[in-house]
Design a protein around this ligand. Sequence first.
Ligand code: TPP
Ligand code: MG
Length: 304
Amino acid sequence: MFKPVKIMDLPEEEMILPGTRLCPSCAPQLAYRFILKALGPKTIVTVPASCMTVVHGMQGATPVKVPVLNTTFETVAASASGIVASLKNLGKDKEVTVLAIAGDGGTVDIGIQGLSGAAERNTDMIYCCYDNEAYMNTGIQRSGSTPFGAITTTTPINGKLEHKKNMGMIMEAHGLSYIATACASYPQDLYAKFVKAKEMKGQGLRYIHVLAPCPPGWGFDNKLTIEIGRLAVKTGFWPMYEIIHGKMELSKESKRLVDPTKRKPLEEYLTPQRRFRKLNPSQLQEIKKYVNDTWETINKRVSC
Ligand SMILES: Cc1ncc(C[n+]2csc(CCOP(=O)(O)OP(=O)(O)O)c2C)c(N)n1
Ligand SMILES: [Mg+2]
């Protein structure tokens, strides 16, 4: 059963010092702040090229308090496997949590082979994909996680022609003990999921996919970061769930959305974002169908 976390329950200690090089209102950074609060100081992080590399900065000038390995784009899960093996060798694998954290490009496209291998071996680590839905660090190129209809610098003029990959389901096919989706705009829910993943140490690879709005990449005002993420959830565009040993449970914010009348109109989520500015009525219909289909699949699972 999911225990709600109160704001006063969160550890006061910050694992990221103030003054990073990320954009104002960066949701991946917000998510990372709460992830490290959940995992604590006995954590080793590995990270591939991405905005997350920018957080860590140059060697000797990092604001992050835990040890971090910067690795190549395609190798984050493999490098985490190496860290886990080394810790085992030193007899420290029980006390140290290994976190691989990568963007959507580094996860759903370029790192998926290494991730699938680590999942198949069921390496005892936490893998987090923070999903800002494009290759943001290099100037907003589309990824396999960019949604249908969104404009990037490498999509057709009216937006992407394909839907997002369903990474939660791809990871489920590997038979993992714990899979969850979360959103940076719900930090307490996100925190609780990382605490749970940490507590499931010894049960192989735990995978958490975090939607993390990007103001410059998605084209919305900085002050809307939290609101946009919440709208992704409240419109049903981003269902939040956990799958524990094969059993799916919807998270508090998504639970009532099994009833389609409880979902906010999708337009409320799409209209404030410049990346959807060219959306025509048939594209909008296609996104609505995608969301409805996603929920039909979820409803069948949670009701049986
Ligand atoms: C093999 C390889 N190809 C391309 C790059 C250039 N590159 C660095 S970061 C990046 C974007 C990463 O996108 P994503 O994983 O979604 O993370 P984000 O930047 O959005 O945080 C790219 C293409 C690289 N470093 N290595
Ligand atoms: Mg990205």
